[in-house]
Design a binder for this molecule. Structure first.
Ligand code: AP5
Ligand code: MG
Length: 208
């Protein structure tokens, strides 16, 4: 099954992707994680991506599409994949259509006004990549799941989050209508507890 996770910054794409990927044995492909890995390794792609990510803007379509095409060509994607954070523009959606058919687009819907708090309170694990929130882990410095070191993402400050939310509205939200017209969109209420959101995701996938 080829799944796309759509949703504003902080809507819970990464959190749900990790649960879906485990349960359905699908490779979790997060373009944000791929860019951040390139930034850490200081590759030419990482150096370029950083100039956009630090401002909360989208990286250029061509480099993003190339990176995804290469990833989807690998053997582990042969029986399906889970895309998290791609596509984010109509052009990217069209580029994806050239490579693979999308079976379902899960739109994780959370009122935008709730996302600033989710993102500025997020803590990510350096080792396993899992995201947490200070509301549940307090000022812990180690990952509750694997013991790795927790860090705050460089783009999770208030100013950059605001710009990411604006970019979502201007450049990505139109994909909801785009995929609705293609008959593959399923809305999931993301404004519930993580387990409840996942239960809804499971229900949608079961009824496909
Ligand atoms: P990316 O890394 O994809 O960031 P994003 O879309 O802004 O989304 P986030 O990862 O911030 O949020 P999420 O939805 O994964 O939420 P999470 O589960 O972590 O992209 C970063 C940047 O890379 C972009 O700005 C852009 O520059 C570039 N980029 C990436 N893809 C691109 C593309 N296709 N084209 C061009 N550029 C691209 O949860 C967030 C917080 O909420 C956590 O603290 C979590 O614990 C908490 N939480 C999760 N679920 C719940 C819940 N149900 N209730 C309460 N809290 C919850
Ligand atoms: Mg994410």
């Amino acid at each position: 099954m080829n799944i796309v996770l759509l949703g504003a910054p902080g809507s819970g794409k990464g959190t749900q992707a990790s649960l879906i990927s485990e349960k359905y044995s699908l490779p979790h492909i997060s373009t944000g994680d791929m860019f951040r890995e390139n930034i850490r390794e200081k590759t030419p792609l990482g150096v370029l991506a950083k100039t956009y990510i630090d401002k909360g803007q989208l990286c250029p379509d061509d480099v993003t599409e190339k990176m995804v095409a290469e990833r989807l060509s690998r053997a582990d994607c042969k029986n399906g994949f889970l895309l998290d954070g791609f596509p984010r523009t109509i052009a990217q959606a069209q580029a994806l259509e050239e490579i693979a058919a999308v079976d379902v687009v899960l739109d994780i819907d959370v009122p935008l006004g709730k996302l600033l708090k989710r993102l500025t309170g997020r803590r990510c694990c350096e080792k396993c990549g899992e995201s947490f929130h200070v509301d549940s882990i307090g000022n812990a410095t180690q990952c509750p799941k694997c013991g790795g070191k927790l860090y705050v993402r460089a783009d999770d400050n208030e100013e950059t989050v605001q710009s990411r939310l604006d970019v979502y509205v201007k450049q990505t939200e139109s994909l909801v209508e785009y995929y609705k017209n293609k008959g593959v969109l399923r809305r999931v209420d993301g404004d519930k507890a993580v387990e409840e959101v996942f239960a809804e995701v499971e229900k949608v996938l079961k009824n496909l």
